[in-house]
Write a protein that binds this ligand. Structure first.
Ligand SMILES: Cc1cc2nc3c(=O)[nH]c(=O)nc-3n(C[C@H](O)[C@H](O)[C@H](O)COP(=O)(O)O)c2cc1C
Length: 306
């Protein structure tokens, strides 16, 4: 039974990949995920300079999922270099995806130029964070032409595979994916968080997040993620890192049938901690055995036959 995935020429031993932001950029904590069974990792998005992010509280879980307004906090790309080297040394056989962000296209290009020199296998372009609008305006991924322009500019500075991370908060995600593909993207990551959303503390009579609004992830967004991946798969030939609301192995199988080749694992970590990766991979393995599949790639896009 083959559970390995060749994605943009890079071999992943299984399809589970830590989603950006869930475990920071620390090489040791990302390596810990590999020891617990994930196929590869995505580091948190990095800007050129250190960012404090939004004030606390920034992350809340609730019965339907998880809402966050972390605000893309973290060290700058240059300070984070060591973490990529630590990870690479500890996990030579498990691919690493570096995620780049920027206040504008110029910064995105500059951060990518630096990321290009780091030991990452794929560079993910975070065009889609929904909780920094106040500072940065509407995310690039909400506009097809901006998505094309930014992808093209970044394509010019790296030969590593690039995956454009898209937002579900648009009316036609398939069209935006097509613009990314035509501008030179090798892959699409979908989706980033939905919203923004808001929760209110009824006793304090005010929004719970200090930023008032945050991006929504987790169980409740699974149908949106599946529909987005389905629409993207219909519109492009490049492969997809399917992300959003994957908690259990059956969620993973569903989103692969919609068109995902790799699985961005985020909220499953919040639900099951480090056990998430093996649980999901094991469920896929059992399903394949029971249903007579020998190669995981045969699951990808199956729901399009109907
Ligand atoms: C606390 C937190 C931080 C995140 N940080 C990033 C980030 O830095 N870059 C990024 O591209 N996505 C980030 N995301 C979005 C996730 O990678 C993912 O796309 C989204 O949460 C949907 O997956 P989920 O339903 O499994 O949470 C973050 C999500 C959460 C909850």
């Amino acid at each position: 039974m083959n559970l390995s995935v060749n994605f943009c020429g890079i071999d992943f031993p299984n399809p589970t990949v830590v989603a950006s932001g869930y475990l920071g950029v620390t090489g040791a904590s990302l390596a810990n995920c590999v020891n617990s069974g994930c196929g590869g990792v995505t580091a948190k998005s990095l800007f050129m300079e250190e960012r404090p992010g939004h004030p606390n509280p920034t992350v809340l879980t609730y019965p339907g999922g998880i809402i966050n307004a972390v605000g893309l906090c973290g060290e700058g790309i240059k300070e984070a270099k060591h973490e990529f080297e630590v990870y690479r040394k500890k996990c030579p056989n498990n691919p690493m995806i570096g995620s780049v962000a920027g206040k504008n296209i110029k910064e995105l290009v500059e951060v990518t130029e630096i990321m290009n020199t780091y030991p990452v296998d794929i560079i993910e372009l975070n065009f889609s964070c929904p909780n920094v609008d106040d500072e940065m305006g509407t995310p690039i991924a909400c506009d097809p032409l901006m998505t094309a322009e930014a992808t093209k500019a970044i394509r010019a500075v790296t030969k590593k595979p690039i995956s454009v991370k898209l937002s579900p908060n648009v009316s036609n995600i398939g069209l935006i994916a097509k613009h990314a593909e035509e501008a030179g993207a090798d892959a699409i990551t979908a989706i980033n968080t939905v919203g923004p959303g808001m929760l209110i503390d009824i006793f304090m009579r005010k929004p719970i997040l200090a930023n008032k609004v945050g991006g929504v992830g987790g169980m409740g967004i699974k149908p949106i993620a599946i529909r987005c991946v389905y629409d993207i798969y219909k519109n492009v030939k490049i492969p997809i890192i399917a992300t959003g609301g994957i908690i259990k192995g059956t969620d993973a199988i569903e989103i692969m049938m919609a068109g995902g080749s790799l699985l961005g694992i985020g909220s499953a970590i919040a639900a099951y901690d480090m056990k998430a990766f093996e649980m999901i991979t094991e469920k896929i393995r059992t399903f394949m055995e029971e249903e007579g599949f020998s190669d995981i790639s045969d699951l990808v896009g199956l729901a399009h036959q109907a």
